[in-house]
Design a protein around this ligand. Sequence first.
Ligand code: NDP
Length: 314
Amino acid sequence: MSFTNTSELPRILDGIAIAAQIKAEIAEQTASARSRGKVPGLAVILVGDVPASQIYVRSKVKTCGELGIYSELHTPPESTTTEELLNMVTSLNSREEIDGILIQLPLPKHVDTSRLLEAIAPEKDVDGFHPINAGRLLTGYPAEKVLAPCTPAGIMEILQRSGIAVRGRRSVVIGRSNIVGKPLAVMLVNASSTVTVCHSQTTDLAKVTREADILVAAIGHPGFVTPEMVQPGATIIDVGINRVTSAEDVERFFPGDQARHASFAKRGSTLVGDVHPAAFAVSAAYTPVPGGVGALTIAMLMANTVKAARLRRG
Ligand code: NDP
């Protein structure tokens, strides 16, 4: 059995270009809201000093500035208690000019994350993690009225804006996390796809994944999806972001790829998705890592902030 896509080279679904398009639309919407004296506002809470979280938060705050969204950053120390954080959320909930509240995860171990996420007013829950918003998504509220989780919402934008049909087609999602796999499965069902969700207990995974017209990998294992797991001509959405730090792994995933090796030599690491790059060759279209799904997540956070402002303040 040959695993190559017989016709032509697979199409790369350019997340950076799609994110730029979405951001341009948001900038127009914020300009229009500003002209009516309504500036969308986002409050970000970053507890402690986890370097990766600091990088993500910096990027979110910077993007707010670029798109005309007001932002404020709260940086309580690692030792802050759940009660203190709850007070902070309550105060942000009551502020008229704050449309979105984002608590950067993960939180320190002593903090009750679920309690805190549920304390955010659902109409300001721009991460879409509150059970009310999860429930609205599940019960099929119109998309323009739901604050849905950003990564799966970004995946739906990629599919839609790339003209990849979902209705009536078979999707397989590997991963059932609350932030990616499960909400994405719901969004695909809502868009009339026939959806199968796989996880670590799925038996004969490759048999299931080979049935997918749209195959989504949200696992957290570098290069997990191999060519024999992909139906020729499928669309692959690679959500995984895994940092590879050994030269052997770089050669295993990118044999003979001089550009990757040069970049690895310079930085000491490179990013690999949950799909082995060799598997992309079997597909008709795929999202690269980096430059695919990851590029959409912040854009969708901005979109949710503007949506939250519109739904709450008109
Ligand atoms: P989680 O660890 O929460 O979930 C991973 C899922 O993969 C689980 O459902 C798990 O199954 C499943 N899984 C693990 N091993 C296997 C296996 N051997 N076979 C089948 N399924 C398996 O991860 P997240 O959903 O948070 O993230 C997934 C990936 O996406 C990560 O690489 C993460 O970095 C990336 N990510 C990227 C984002 C972006 O912006 N692009 C945003 C969020 C995440 P089980 O439930 O049975 O344990």
